[in-house]
Design a protein around this ligand. Structure first.
Ligand code: HEC
Ligand SMILES: [Cu+2]
Length: 447
């Protein structure tokens, strides 16, 4: 059998192994997700790599010729920005040099061990330092060679890569701001007046109840970040709570988003397409649930998208009165997307961490939470959802400082907040009958 035929025969075996060992979408170790076990309720890691599988997978891969395998999942994703290309080049260069040095060094060592072994009558030399000019030369040469490789052969490209990484401002045609928060990304286009939140769109059932998933499992969002191709985009990053990291392998970017600081990076995407990444800084239970999806469009399509986004933002701001049915329906969606990760789809909360929205359900709250709830005049049983509407609105707008309850005033518009509050007050066994309109929320902002 020819090499290629063997490779073809082995391909299914290798692919199965590789699928288990890693998800090629985000490169090595990418795409693993945390699932809640339906039985135990505990979090478990999906696609976790086991050492044996890595060895099997690597062995199978080594047998596969390049011809049979279009994109090696152990390879980095195809670079589509200058930074990605340059860092990949530096990586390959260094790895090649290190590989050659390793082979030469170990070659000498192995040769010496075998050829000059005691069994053949060799005795150890007794000198401790070079003496003859030849010995001096043989000692100095490797040191000088290494210094040359370090500072010139590797140093110059590395220095250049670092400089280009830091060059975020020159010729930037567009500025966007990326804000991480538990557990979603917010995108702002300050000059275009567009801002939106990008949420995981993998459903609750797929995450927790074993419903069928596809290859974009945990790598799909409701609203992707849209960027033009061929233009330099300056990306500013920050966070509202803990440190997150904005990581898109094919852009060669992994930049921390740090609360209270503005970090920056840049991209210039070669070709239209959809590029995926993940939060790469452990940021709490929803860490696996904040993927990044970038849709790169041609410059014309991007302009159209900007116009559409501006028009629909204007439309959303104009909405005043909604029916109760619409509010409940939209409220349920909003709750599922923004609240359920903490307060749970059942509205029962998580004892010790997140209070229930269902009123009057027994609930174990830690003393700190009990105090905060008591200060507001409520108890630990989620009574707020049946208490005064004003206070309910304020909690959702401003969050509860010093606790994980985020402020939603920047993330949700008036209609979203009106809807989610109407939903909370009329679901999970709460029957206040209240209907909160966007105008009420609008008036409550800034109070
Ligand atoms: C990151 C986790 C998290 C998310 C997301 C979250 N909450 Fe909370 N929420 C909390 C925590 C924690 C508390 C309790 C804080 C305390 O008092 O210690 C809380 C408290 C509340 C309370 C007060 C409960 C009471 O009885 O006092 C309401 C109402 C509430 N959240 C509504 C919402 C709504 C609506 C959303 C979605 C738009 C939401 N929360 C999203 C964590 C979260
Ligand atoms: Cu994160």
């Amino acid at each position: 059998m020819s090499n290629t035929k063997i490779a073809h025969a082995l391909r299914p075996v290798a692919l199965v192994t590789v699928r288990v060992t890693c998800d090629s979408k985000v490169g090595f170790l990418g795409g693993q997700g945390v699932k809640r076990s339906p039985r135990s309720g505990l979090l478990e890691v999906k696609n976790m790599v086991k050492p044996k599988q890595v060895i099997l997978g690597s062995a199978a891969l080594m047998l596969i010729s390049g011809a049979a395998q279009a994109h090696n999942p152990f390879e980095f994703q195809t670079p589509v920005t200058p930074i990605a290309r340059e860092t990949l080049y530096v990586h390959d260069l260094f790895l090649t040099i290190a590989g050659i040095l390793f082979t030469i060094g170990f070659g000498f060592l192995l040769f010496a061990v075998i050829h000059y072994r005691r069994g053949r009558g060799h005795t150890p030399a007794t000198f401790t330092a070079p003496r003859t000019p030849l010995q001096w030369a043989l000692s100095a040469l490797p040191i000088l060679t290494l210094m040359f490789i370090d500072y010139i052969v590797m140093g110059i490209p590395a220095y250049h890569a670092v400089l280009s990484l830091a060059d975020t401002r020159n010729d930037a045609a567009l500025v966007i701001k990326v804000t991480g928060s538990q557990w979603r990304w917010h995108y702002d286009y300050p000059d275009q007046g567009i801002s939106f939140v990008s949420n995981l769109s993998t459903s609750e059932a797929q995450r927790d109840s074993g419903a069928p998933t596809d290859s974009n499992y945990l790598l799909e969002v409701d609203k992707p970040l849209v960027l033009p191709v061929g233009e330099k985009v300056r990306v500013l990053l920050t966070s509202t709570d803990v440190i997150h990291a904005w990581w898109i392998p094919s852009f060669g970017i992994k930049q921390d988003a740090v609360p209270g600081f503005l970090r920056e990076t840049w991209v210039k995407i070669d070709k239209p397409g959809v590029y995926r990444g993940q939060c790469a800084e452990l940021c709490g239970v929803g860490h696996a649930y904040m993927p990044i999806v970038v849709e790169a469009k041609s410059q014309d399509d991007f302009k159209k998208w900007v116009a559409d986004a501006q028009a629909s933002a204007a439309q959303a701001a104009a909405v005043t009165t909604l029916s109760k049915e619409d509010l409940l329906k939209h409220g349920q969606q909003t709750y599922t997307t923004y609240c359920a990760l903490c307060h749970q789809p059942t509205g029962l909360g998580l004892p010790g961490a997140f209070p229930p929205i269902a009123a009057g359900k027994p609930f174990a709250a830690p003393p700190t939470m009990t105090d905060l709830l008591a200060q507001r005049g409520f108890f630990k049983n989620g009574l707020i959802a049946e208490g005064p509407v004003d206070q309910h609105i304020q909690i959702v707008l401003k969050g509860i400082p010093g606790t994980p309850m985020p402020n939603f005033d920047g993330q949700l518009n008036d209609a979203d907040i009106a809807a989610v509050i109407t939903f909370e007050r009329n679901s999970f066994g709460n029957h206040t009958g209240d209907v909160v309109q966007p105008s009420t929320v609008k008036a409550a902002r800034g109070k």
